[in-house]
Write a protein that binds this ligand. Structure first.
Ligand code: ADP
Ligand code: ZN
Ligand code: ZN
Length: 805
């Protein structure tokens, strides 16, 4: 019987990044298991901390009296064998603390403030019901688990399925409501009332007008007053006059519970889809750990390939995991998966409350859900017996976590594929260069969907040179060609989508006459504007120069920061096309839970002619009536100081173009740009991913960037800029002799956003092809910076960073 538990304590520091030995009280010796959480005394004095049991055995390296476990937190393991192994691997490969990684596997509610309850199950015997529950549906755990013997009994009952521990978030506001407004009269009656209101009462007329457009819908009072520009006082007047009614709207709703999801049947696949499904299913059946790259143009029916492959895994009695970027977890996508697999589907994403997430997590643990659809962290979903992992839009940078542990969901998916011996499908219309290069080498198996479903043509693309537009017309966000096209769609009752690219907003300087963007003489990367120091800086090598007053290329004075807001653009468009019904989607209009879904539903049901938004509208939308896509500013992302700028621009343009002409009607795309000759834009015009891939690979080769080199980014931050900078220069000296000479070290430089939360950030980038000393060096670095970390300096290591800002 194991007497000693190896416990990972909840103290995230380098010295405590290893298990500590604790005595298991004799009453629980056969019951405490790896993966359970326990409370243990730690350090001197009375300090108690939580920890994970990693192993139970009789070995200890500590030759003194062992302290004993204080109490158990869980009656059954919350981390299974796979999760424990994954924790260890994740910690090592991302240079993070094991405890942080272990916690990453669990839903937030198990870390947050919760009430711990004990609940009966359908197997609870009458005797136990009597002894513990007295007919109640739950009792407080701590009130029962008061003695080692009581805990021992509970552990036994849990193992026999007679009780369960349940975590409930404290103070969960379940039925929060806000004031809603809806019309109390019919449109005809409202029109009638309008004639009785004197023309001077503009606000009341606006109110009546607004009510007429509601169509029986209820808006929140805030939305209503913003949309129609009427104050709460005017709304109150309207209520008193009987024009409108105030109601209570529940704001926290599960966006999926209410959606009536129609069951769907598998579609008849076209030849290319069939080939792809056959290959994937063969790997599921084998089973084989093949990694597939499913490269399919937008609208080629990748989702149907996913769904039919998942069905094959389920038919084998296995489970399936489908990862999608947070942003494309639209109700549309969820409906497609739930429509096919119904109750077998669990959905995990940031829009759920922590209680809802925990419920989904439990359904997965208990094998009640066999298919999980979710964003990045769903890659840890505790599915047993995995038969297939799918990662849609695999090139999306949101799959990489920005904070420790800085993992990429793709790496975790590949690890789990090895563990479960199952295939992985990486899907995209525009695969990341890394993935596409691996397919080229045969590391991944490439599956191609070259055509849209039913051979619908990809939309034709027009590039509009905004330099010429600017010379011929007053400054406007809309070229004449785009305006004419929008007008045309209005007349034909077809819909348009307009994207304003906010990435890199205002951070670089562009000449409006010649399209010139100021670049670093050493790095061929755009310089970033720093208003604090009034300089242009290179974030790769540290080069710095003054902000130009005239364009160094054409000597024009029309050189300025580039960028404008969605709200302004909407305003301008409404002036230009007064009859157009416009929906705006950006961070402001989608902040509230469910708002994103609601706006899309409105647009989908034809309540608006034009959807105008930021990058968030580029992905996953499948609306048959959209025949026009406009990109207002293709350049902003090109200006970013990042070697992936071209790749991101190409991906974004391709994705957003893919929203047009998906059904019978053909689509057209207008891309407005100051750089019509840039290769990312040229290749996007021709939907030429392969051409882009080849060209960009050359650029990366010349610049010595991934996928030809691996990269690691080290950042240091401190409240005192001088401390951060000094430490980084010391670090550079420390690193150099430890790494092989062929490895390149860039920096240190201040990070592009040099100051965040009052801390100053500096970075070093290591580029290498093979670096046998890397792991040891970086681990040593973490150990040696322990003391400084405690003094406030923070060191972060990011393996294969996706952002250099
Ligand atoms: P992608 O994800 O590759 O952009 P989708 O999976 O969204 O493409 O598919 C585009 C459209 O084609 C969807 O409306 C989908 O229902 C439809 N579709 C997919 N496969 C078929 C098929 N085999 N037959 C008919 N329609 C299909
Ligand atoms: Zn110029
Ligand atoms: Zn530089």
């Amino acid at each position: 019987m194991a007497q000693i538990a190896q416990v990972l304590v909840d103290v995230p520091t380098m010295q405590t990044n290893r298990p500590y030995s604790y005595q298991i009280p004799s009453a629980w010796q056969s019951q405490v298991q790896p993966g359970m959480r326990v409370v243990v005394p730690f350090g001197r004095g009375k300090r108690r901390v939580q920890g994970f049991v990693l192993a139970c055995n009789d070995v200890t390296t500590f030759d003194g009296d062992l302290k004993a476990i204080d109490s158990v937190v869980d009656l059954a393991p919350v981390l299974n064998q796979e999760a424990l192994k994954l924790t260890a691997w994740l910690a090592a490969s991302t240079f993070s603390f094991q405890i942080t990684c272990a916690q990453t596997m669990l839903p937030a509610v198990m870390r947050a403030k919760y009430e711990k309850l004990l609940r009966p199950t359908d197997q609870t015997s009458a005797a136990i019901d009597d002894q513990i529950f007295h007919g109640q549906t739950s009792v407080d755990f701590d009130a029962i688990a008061t003695t080692p013997a009581a805990v021992s009994q509970l552990l036994r009952l849990q193992a026999a399925g007679e009780v369960e521990v349940y975590y409930q978030v404290k103070n969960q506001a379940r039925h929060k409501t806000v004031v809603g407004v809806k019309a109390a009269l019919s449109v005809a009656d409202l029109k009638q009332v309008e004639t009785t209101v004197r023309s001077g009462a503009a606000k009341q007329l606006a109110l009546l007008n607004g009510l007429q457009t509601l169509n029986g819908e209820t808006l929140t009072q805030r939305e209503f007053s913003q949309r129609f520009d009427v104050s709460e006082a005017v709304i109150r007047t309207g209520e008193q006059k009987g024009w409108l009614q105030k109601t209570a709207i529940e704001v926290y709703r599960d966006p999926y519970a209410t959606a009536n999801i129609r069951p769907t049947k598998p579609l008849k696949l076209n030849d290319e889809q069939q080939v792809a499904v056959n290959q994937i299913v063969a790997a599921v059946d084998a089973p084989a750990t093949t990694t597939f790259l499913l490269e399919g143009v937008t609208g080629s029916g990748k989702t149907e390939v996913y769904l039919q492959s998942i069905a094959a895994a389920l038919a084998k009695g296995k489970t399936a995991l489908m990862l999608v970027p947070e942003i494309s977890l639209t109700p549309q996508m969820v409906q497609r998966v739930k429509g096919r697999f119904g109750k077998a589907v669990a959905v995990l994403h940031s829009g759920l409350s922590s209680g809802e997430k925990y419920d989904e997590w439990r359904r997965i643990r208990r094998h009640e859900a066999q298919v999980v659809v979710g964003a990045r962290s769903a890659v840890f979903a505790p599915l047993d017996n995995l038969g297939l992992i799918i990662m849609d839009e695999e090139h999306e940078s949101s799959y990489k976590q920005d904070d420790a542990p800085r993992y990429h969901a793709r790496q975790v998916a590949l690890w789990r594929s090895q563990y479960h011996h199952c295939p992985v499908v990486l899907g995209s219309a525009t695969p990341s260069l890394e993935t596409r290069a691996r397919a080229e080498k045969g590391v991944y198996q490439r599956l191609l969907l070259a055509d849209r479903v039913n051979r619908r043509p990809l939309p034709s693309v027009s590039i509009i040179d905004m330099k010429q537009e600017m010379q011929q017309h007053a400054e406007s966000n809309f070229s004449r060609a785009l305006l004419v096209a929008l007008q045309d769609r209005l007349e034909r009752h077809e819909q348009s989508v307009l994207m304003l690219n906010r990435r890199g907003y205002s951070s670089f300087v562009l000449c409006r006459d010649c399209g010139f963007v100021l670049k670093c003489p050493n790095c061929d990367i755009s310089l970033t504007l720093h208003m604090d120091t009034h300089t242009m800086k290179c974030h790769y090598c540290g080069h710095e120069e003054a902000i130009p007053k005239v364009c160094p290329n054409c000597h024009s004075r029309q050189i300025r920061y580039y960028g404008t807001g969605t709200e302004k653009v909407e305003e301008e468009l409404q002036n230009l096309l007064p009859d157009a019904r416009i929906i705006r989607m950006d961070n402001d209009t989608t902040r509230k839970k469910g708002a994103h879904a609601k706006l899309l539903t409105q647009f989908g049901s034809g309540e608006a002619d034009i959807l105008i938004g930021t990058q968030m509208i580029a992905k996953g939308l499948d609306f048959p009536n959209v025949t026009l896509v406009g990109v207002l500013n293709a350049d902003t992302a090109l200006g970013l100081p990042d070697f992936r700028a071209s790749e991101r621009t190409f991906q974004l343009l391709t994705q957003v173009s893919g929203r047009a002409g998906r059904a019978e009607k053909s689509g057209h795309v207008y891309i407005q740009t100051f750089n019509p000759d840039h290769y990312a834009i040229r290749f996007a015009k021709h939907h030429d991913y392969e051409g882009f891939f080849k060209y960009e690979m050359q650029m990366r080769h010349q610049g010595g960037y991934p996928p030809y080199y691996f990269t690691v980014q080290i950042t240091a931050s401190d409240l005192d800029e001088a401390v951060a900078a000094k430490r980084m220069y010391q670090l550079l000296q420390w690193l150099k002799p430890r790494l092989t000479p062929s490895t390149i070290i860039l920096g240190p430089t201040p990070k592009p956003i040099a100051r965040v939360n009052r801390r100053y950030y500096y970075q070093i980038v290591i580029k290498y092809k093979q670096e046998p000393n890397l792991e040891h060096t970086l681990t040593t670095l973490l150990q040696e910076t322990q003391v400084q970390q405690r003094q406030g300096l923070q060191i972060g290591i990011d393996v294969e960073p996706l952002h250099f800002m």
